[in-house]
Design a protein around this ligand. Structure first.
Ligand code: ADP
Ligand code: MG
Length: 260
């Protein structure tokens, strides 16, 4: 069995206010999961906590990855371990090309597993990058652009997916609830995930958009409500949500959430 990201009874507060109230979730390498739920239920709080954002205080529970508890680790340390989190890079880095950024990130990952690693030679890296861009049908010039400088929403997503392809993480967490995300950006993410999904990669797509699931087919679907994962199932759960919305699940767990 491969690597897993295991969230156990996770409680998280933001500015002293409890938001996550006992999240349990396991994502294994080779699996595609979707975490869905109405606005304000804590999905992005989970993403930010997994990322190691300092404003999100874990008051209880564990986040296990490769036998380690990620709680207390910085975002870069998590990334070097093989966990990919979207938006882990700054908004824009003028003067640093996407290619150079990716090479630095890749070499940091290599050094984490072998401290004597001298980094990937540039010709080898160029070859790798071209190969990844071909898989994702991206023009090679894209790698020469300065990181996120003047990137459209869709281009930011492309950069993110290219980063995912290059770093080859074991588990990737993608929070796609960004309000700026249009349908094209969503398609880019979806087709990237489809191209990259396989036995070596586990993906958790966090979304309130039903429509991304028209392009990506997760094997597992979870519903978050009131800071907890209250229902898990297969793709049929997403279809049920599409048809019936969230009211039925609110009714079903109403008391539990009210007590929390
Ligand atoms: P979702 O992604 O499911 O829409 P969020 O995780 O963004 O939900 O928000 C869950 C709750 O946490 C909301 O009530 C929101 O107001 C609150 N929250 C999230 N982040 C912050 C923050 N940085 N400061 C204050 N409140 C926050
Ligand atoms: Mg959100």
């Amino acid at each position: 069995m491969g690597t897993a990201l295991e969230v156990r009874d996770l409680h998280v507060s933001v500015e002293g206010k409890p938001i996550l109230k006992g999240v349990n979730l396991v994502v294994r390498q080779g699996e595609v999961h979707a975490l869905m739920g109405p606005n304000g239920t804590g999905k992005s709080t989970l993403a930010n906590t997994l990322m190691g954002h300092p404003n999100y205080e874990v008051t209880h529970g564990e986040i296990l990855f490769k036998g380690k508890d990620l709680v207390g680790m910085g975002p870069d340390e998590r990334s070097r371990l093989g966990l990919f989190l979207a938006f882990q890079y700054p908004v824009a880095i003028p003067g640093v090309s996407l290619a150079n950024f990716l090479r630095a990130a890749l070499n940091a990952r290599r050094r984490a597993s072998d401290s004597t690693d001298k980094g990937m030679p540039i010709p080898e890296f160029r070859k790798l990058l071209k190969q990844k861009m071909d898989v994702l049908k991206m023009p090679h010039e894209f790698a020469g652009r300065y990181l996120n400088e003047g990137f459209s929403g869709g281009e930011k997503k492309r950069a993110e997916i290219l980063q995912l392809a290059t770093l080859e993480p074991e588990i990737a967490v993608l929070d796609e609830t960004d309000s700026g995300l249009d349908i094209d950006a969503l398609r880019i993410v979806a087709s990237g995930v489809n191209d990259l999904a396989g036995p070596e990669l586990g993906v958790l797509i966090i979304t309130h958009y039903q429509r991304i699931l028209n392009y990506v087919k997760p094997q597992f679907v979870h519903i978050m409500l009131g800071g907890r994962v209250v229902e898990s199932g297969g793709p049929e759960l997403a279809e049920h949500l599409e048809e019936h919305g969230y009211d039925w699940i609110r009714e079903k767990v109403g008391e539990t959430v009210a007590e929390a």
